[in-house]
Design a protein around this ligand. Structure first.
Ligand code: ADP
Length: 461
């Protein structure tokens, strides 16, 4: 395979993931370039990079990080070889990946055609069907009328779920429990989809009661070699957004675990996937599992897979982008049969949201910040330090706290201790809520489904 050396890399992102990528590069001797919006002038990720440049002048805070041409201009003006998009922002933007290629910049991620397939949930689903992976009964392509939705509900039975084809981050979904709610749900779903994702197309599928969310981390090189790094259980969700993640899953059984991981690899092989990606599934109570989507990028919760496998996913992404094979020095990911998980890891997303006020994002200055720490603890923080000003412009993730131990019980105990050790003054966080979650008997039993949080009122007190 053709090797391309990356000497300088630009991170087209902010916050904790920009810092995560800079750290990976730093260890590899790769010079790093950060971009920042004017609102992020004091943002920590700037100082973790070797160089930093203002991006998207005159644009709104989020749009600055979506300004493809300005980012490419900065990269070219400063002799950048590669761009890592992190997650969110431009990470799944086909046009961005394509423009990078056109300008001779290495996009650290899959090919534009993969972003195209997996960026649209209905084409992703088609790919899964094509690869022989079970999917939830659904409309397949977009639905354009209330009548189509009603007919689907009649045929498959309620509840059903209407989803934006371009949806993400738990947004753009509506559960419909009976035929009489279809009109309103359809109108809302399409208008929300248009507003949030710029395209009103929605599709419909059967809504599964109390499933588990199980996802498989996959890494692929240019030669077509693909391995999985086992699964994460992301069933602890609030309003369809992940809150606490666990790796590996508990109580799935070796047979089912193997089948799901194998299905993930089969799907990615069928599209000749490249670089890191995650295949997400919902698993029903009888072990029936269904594909839901692929995230063709690094994910927020990649840390826990790194902790149990010992494989650095971000550095692997960079080596693959340089043209190395999985088993080449310096990646050296072993053959699939030699990849093992060791112990359990848990991640909590500590956010600047106030659980006492319906998780409203809080803003202002952090006047005191002390984190937990100790054996088996990993912190991936964004603007988490004394004196940091939390603005209302970006997502509310403050620090990812991950713990690892040989047993799940041990990892949960470490998590509880660490959450309790945090002292954050001046800004509200969701830590009191996370403390309730990680010591709840249902969480500790490992029998968590995606409705656990929303159906457990005592977690909110
Ligand atoms: P997003 O891209 O917004 O994250 P996903 O399709 O990955 O959306 O789904 C996010 C979550 O929504 C899932 O983990 C699950 O909790 C819930 N969900 C999605 N589809 C269904 C379904 N058909 N039945 C039950 N829950 C669903």
């Amino acid at each position: 395979m053709l090797k391309r050396t990356i000497k300088k890399l630009l991170v087209a992102n902010r916050g904790e993931i920009a810092i995560r990528v800079c750290r990976a590069c730093n260890e590899l001797g790769i010079r790093t370039v950060a971009i920042y919006s004017k609102e992020d002038i004091g943002s920590y990720h700037r100082y973790k990079a070797d160089e930093s440049y203002l991006v998207g002048k005159g644009k709104k805070p989020i749009d600055a990080y979506l300004d493809i041409e300005s980012i490419i201009e900065i990269a070219k003006a400063h002799q950048v070889d590669a761009i890592h998009p992190g997650y969110g922002f431009l990470s799944e933007n086909t046009e961005f990946a394509r423009r990078c290629g056109e300008e001779g910049l290495i996009f650290v991620g899959p090919k534009p055609e993969h972003l195209l397939i997996f960026g649209d949930k209905s084409t992703a689903r088609e790919a899964a069907v094509h690869a022989g992976i079970p999917v939830i009964p659904g409309s397949g392509g977009p639905v354009h009328s209330v009548e189509e939705v009603k007919a689907f509900g009649k045929e498959h039975g309620f509840p059903i779920i209407i989803k934006a084809v371009l949806g993400g981050g738990g947004r753009g979904m509506r559960i419909v429990r009976s035929e009489k709610s279809v009109d309103e749900a359809f109108a809302r779903a399409t208008s929300e989809a248009k507003q949030a994702f710029g395209k009103e197309d929605v599709y419909v599928e059967k809504y599964l009661d109390n499933p588990r969310h199980i996802e498989v981390q996959v890494i692929a090189d240019e030669s077509g070699e693909i391995v999985h790094l086992y699964e994460r259980d992301c069933s602890v969700q609030r309003r369809h957004q992940k809150v606490v993640e666990v790796a590996p899953s508990r109580g799935l059984g070796e047979k089912l675990r193997h089948e799901i991981c194998e299905a993930a690899v089969r799907l990615m092989k069928s599209v000749n996937y490249l670089n890191a990606g995650t295949v997400e599934f919902l698993v029903g109570p009888r072990g029936n599992f269904y594909f839901i989507e692929v995230n063709p990028r690094v994910q927020v919760e990649h840390t826990i897979t790194e902790m149990i496998t010992g494989i650095d996913i971000v550095q692997s992404q960079i080596f693959i982008a340089e043209g190395y094979g999985l088993h080449d020095d310096p990646i050296l990911i072993p053959e699939q049969k030699e990849i093992h998980t060791n112990g359990y890891a848990i991640q909590c997303r500590v956010t600047t949201e106030d659980p006492a006020n319906n998780f409203m994002p809080d803003t202002g200055k952090i006047v005191a910040y002390r984190s937990g720490g100790g054996f088996g603890v990993r912190l991936d923080a964004g603007n988490a330090f004394t004196g940091s000003v939390i603005t209302p412009y970006y997502d509310s993730l403050l620090v990812k706290l991950s713990t690892k131990a040989m047993t799940f019980k041990g990892a949960a105990a470490k998590m509880l201790r660490n959450l309790k050790e945090f002292r954050i003054r001046g800004i509200k966080t969701n830590i009191p809520f996370l403390i309730n979650v990680v010591q709840h008997p249902v969480f500790l039993s490992g029998k968590v489904s995606t409705t656990f949080i929303d159906a457990t009122p005592e977690l909110f007190s």
